[in-house]
Structures are given as C-alpha cells and as structure tokens.
Ligand binder design. Structure first.
Ligand code: 6PG
Length: 251
C-alpha cells in the first residue's frame, strides 16, 4: 500500500521501465496494454518525464489498450487521447507501433480489426492466446471500477465468459456505453498484470475483489485477478482502507 497517488505512480513507473528493459533485452521489443480512465494519467505523465523518458527504449515499445470507448480519438472520453496527451506525444515512439482501437468505427468492426492486429503482433493467427514469452503482452495495466469492472468487462456482461475472441464490442452501463475490450483469455495470458487502484471510492470494490468470495459475474476484475499468478495490485492508502493490514506495499 502506498501513502499517496504520487508514490503509487512513481512505483508503477519504475515497474513499467523495468518490464520494458527486461523484455527489450530478451526479445528486442516491449508489448504493453495501457489502461484507460483517469487513474493511470499520473503514471503516463511520469513516464514522459525524466528519468524514464530517457531510460525507456521507446522506439522498441509496442502500445496497445485494454479497452476503448466508442468515440473518436479527439473525444475527451477517448482512452487513446488521454494516453497520447499524457505520454505518447512526448516520447519517441514509432507511430506504426501505436495500435489504438478505432473508437470512431462501428465497435464490432473495430474489435475485429484490433484482434487481427493482436494476432499478427503475437504471431498467433488462430487459436487461443499463448502464455509464451513474445506471444503475449509483456505488461498489462488495469484499473478497477467502483462496480468491480476492469478494462470494459462489466458486471453481468457476457464478455466476462468470452473464451474465443481476443477483443469484443459491448454496450455497457457506463458513459460512453459503446466499448471495445480485451477479453479474459488475452488478459490472463499476459506476463505481468498491474492493477492501479486509488481513492476511497474504490475501497469496497477492492475489498470484495481481493478478499470476498469468487463472484466474477458481479466482480469482473476477479476473472483477471484470480486467473494469473503474475497479477499485482498497486493500491494507495485510501483505496486500501477496507483491507486488513499486510506487510508489503503490493497485494
Ligand atoms: C476505462 C478503463 C476502466 C477504468 C476503470 C477505473 O476505459 O474506463 O479501462 O476499466 O480502468 O473504470 O477508472 P478510473 O481510473 O477513472 O477510476
């Protein structure tokens, strides 16, 4: 547990940079899925500043998103726009390695196109995602909604049980409703998943996800959190307010 959002963002930036260095040293590239919403903005801004801006080998970083809203890239609700303004436009990424989900398109079309790009990137033309180095995300960043959703996997939605498609469109009880999201199999195959959770308003959801019974239909974040042994929760004191004390700063 971190004392502040700033301390959490600093720790997350260190983990991002370390994961990038390890992947690039091993395979010549780092494939990351960025989360949307508001929590990760501080992390992205830190990565765009010194020392990380100079340390990360940005031209070898492949950028994806965990999900996107069905809005154009310039829309205030666009997850792409948030990441572009906070990070992507401020570091020397190769434009052809920035794989935004086309929120301006029909979500079904955008999801199918995104899946094709994912399959090509991971050299897996057919079949399920492979938990093999180089054939999966090196790092996935995730947030947690007050209702227990993560990415755009929302309570009660069929997407929670999707086992074949890698990306799907959905109309969710949030604004904007139209979404494209990575599915549980892709998330579960990742080498490293980092939930970033801050704020007192997330404390109840965090307690239920981490300490409550397994109810993935009500708490989709559990689908991810309990299906991969490389999941870490970076939480601040406010969001951890309903958790019993534990020794380490991660959960
Ligand atoms: C999105 C995100 C979503 C987000 C949570 C938390 O598109 O909204 O992918 O899963 O991580 O809703 O959002 P905040 O960080 O804004 O609390």
């Amino acid at each position: 547990m971190f004392p502040s959002r700033d301390a959490l963002a600093a720790a997350a930036a260190e983990r991002f940079a370390a994961a990038a260095e390890e992947a690039i040293a091993a395979r010549g590239r780092f494939v990351v899925a960025l989360s949307g919403g508001t929590t990760p903005r501080q992390l992205y801004e830190r990565l765009a500043a010194e020392p990380h801006a100079a340390v990360v080998d940005w031209p070898r970083v492949h950028v994806f998103w965990t999900d996107e809203r069905a809005v154009p890239p310039e829309h205030p609700a666009s997850n792409y726009r948030m990441a572009r303004d906070a990070l992507l436009a401020r570091v020397p990424l190769r434009p052809e390695l920035i794989h935004r989900i086309h929120g301006e398109a029909d979500p079904e079309v955008a999801a199918a196109e995104y899946e094709r790009t994912l399959r090509a990137t991971f050299d897996t033309p057919t079949g399920p995602p492979r938990s093999v180095a180089g054939a999966r995300f090196d790092l996935v960043l995730l947030g947690l909604g007050e209702d227990g959703h993560t990415a755009s996997l929302f309570p009660g939605r069929a997407s929670i049980h999707e086992r074949v498609l890698w990306a799907i469109a959905d109309w969710v009880p949030a604004t904007p409703a139209g979404r494209v999201t990575l599915t549980p199999p892709v998330l579960a195959a990742a080498a490293d998943l980092l939930f970033l959770v801050t704020g007192r308003e997330k404390a109840a959801a965090l307690r239920r996800v981490l300490r409550g019974p397994s109810t993935p239909d009500l708490l989709p974040a559990q689908v991810v959190a309990r299906r991969n042994d490389c999941v870490r929760f970076l939480v601040d004191a406010e969001s951890a307010a309903e958790l019993e004390p534990k020794g380490n700063s991660e959960r």
